[in-house]
Design a protein around this ligand. Structure first.
Ligand SMILES: NC(=O)c1ccc[n+]([C@@H]2O[C@H](COP(=O)([O-])OP(=O)(O)OC[C@H]3O[C@@H](n4cnc5c(N)ncnc54)[C@H](O)[C@@H]3O)[C@@H](O)[C@H]2O)c1
Ligand SMILES: [Zn+2]
Ligand SMILES: [Zn+2]
Length: 375
């Protein structure tokens, strides 16, 4: 089959690789119909993780069940399904508690597994024609048959639940004011989820005009951080800061001039959130960043204004999304016509065009907010 393979910094290729097979009785093989490129893939693509060449990328996958292991009970050939980016067992203590992003079974020695991601276990990615799904009864979310809502449902693999998770981590409640840093797909989903949860005002800070425009279209207030400190702009227009702050940027955050400064968003949030407010951090931070600007940054240690954080009595929650905690409910919002997360999808390309799509998405070119590939 064809698959998107990481060749080294800033290079992916579509290559012939071995077809996946049923390896355990609880596996299924899915024929991939839609698979998305994620900002998380870009950290690997840019050589900013310890990823080695040869990885098949792709953790945002949906498709149709093609082959079924003898131990699978709830799925049938032909079922249309979407898979959380997390690979999880369903029976370890973290899975039982709903923390499927921290499964203790699927990636021994580490809490959490994913498809096509460095350090997240042996699971091949789904930017390919077929995907092996382990513990399939647990990891497949069934969808209505047909082609309807294809791109909406594809967003259930990661970014819609991740945006929602950010609001859960921050504790967004009806009437709250919310500042989302990052207007990428995850930030836009966090803003959208904040609105679904009844926020009274939502700011989205970024510098990419295209992304700020999409934020405005869904009813958020765009903040261009090249036109003065984003935190100051937010504090000024709320008379003292927002109730909730969301980091949808992570360690590759930049200052307005474009230079990377890994702690800039966390420190902006400490400034932008009012005393006793709370922060939800879904932007990625890594314990090892080979390209970090300082020795500390290369070891995942950042300088954060803990003094201000404490003085203001803030709370912060972080981590990978437990997609299973939200995907069924968000699917049902899509089916009911109450959510349409595909508004972020700006490019639909065949799998063969992945190298070009990666390069353009990586440059945050206009029109490259979210790319889905159709194998
Ligand atoms: N926690 C999870 O489970 C999870 C899941 C998916 C993605 N992520 C992470 O979420 C982050 C965002 O993902 P994405 O796909 O939207 O990525 P993206 O790279 O497309 O978006 C990031 C955006 O942040 C903006 N930005 C950079 N510096 C900024 C600053 N100082 N202030 C405000 N905005 C700034 C960029 O211009 C860009 O538009 C990534 O770090 C990704 O790895 C985490
Ligand atoms: Zn993703
Ligand atoms: Zn588990």
């Amino acid at each position: 089959m064809k698959a998107v393979v990481y060749k080294g910094p800033n290079e992916v290729q579509v290559e012939q690789v071995e077809d996946p097979k049923i390896e355990a009785t609880t596996d299924v093989i899915v024929r991939v119909t839609t698979t998305a490129i994620c900002g998380s893939d870009l950290h690997m693509y840019e050589g900013r993780t310890v990823a080695e060449p040869g990885i098949v990328f792709g953790h945002e996958n949906m498709g149709v069940v093609e082959e079924i292991g003898p131990g699978v009970t709830s799925l049938q050939k032909g079922d249309r399904v979407v898979m959380p980016f997390n690979v999880a067992c369903g029976f370890c203590r973290n899975c039982l508690a709903g923390k499927t992003g921290f499964c203790l079974t699927v990636n021994p020695g580490f809490a959490g597994g994913a498809y096509g991601y460095v350090g997240m276990g042996p699971y091949k990615g789904g930017q390919a024609e077929y995907l092996r799904v382990p513990f399939a009864d647990f990891n497949c979310l069934k969808l209505p048959p047909g082609r309807e809502h294809e791109d909406d449902f594809a967003m259930l693999a990661d970014i819609f639940p991740t945006g929602y998770h950010a609001t859960e981590l921050a504790g967004v409640a009806p009437g709250d004011t919310v500042a989302v840093f990052g207007g990428g797909p995850v930030g836009l989903m966090a803003a959208y989820s904040s609105i679904l949860r009844g926020a009274s005002q939502v700011f989205v800070a970024d510098k990419v005009p295209d992304r700020l425009r999409v934020a405005e279209e869904i009813g958020a207030t765009p903040i261009d951080f090249t036109k003065g400190s984003a935190a100051e702009q937010i504090v000024d227009s709320t008379g003292g800061g927002v109730d909730r702050g969301i980091d949808a940027v992570g360690y590759q955050a930049t200052v307005p001039e474009g230079e990377e400064q890994p702690s800039v968003v966390l420190n902006d949030l400490v400034e932008a959130v009012r005393p006793t407010g709370s922060l939800g951090v879904v932007g990625l931070y890594v314990p090892k960043d080979p390209g970090g600007p300082t020795e500390d940054a290369r070891n995942g240690r950042l300088l954060i204004s803990v003094g201000k954080f404490f003085e203001k009595g803030l709370r912060m929650a972080t981590g990978q999304t437990n997609v299973k905690a939200y995907n069924r409910q968000l699917r049902d919002l899509i089916i009911a016509g109450r959510a349409e997360p595909s508004f972020v999808v700006s490019q639909r390309r065949p799998l063969d065009e992945a190298p070009d799509a990666y390069a353009r998405f990586d440059r945050r070119e206009p029109g490259y907010t979210k790319v889905v590939l159709k194998p």
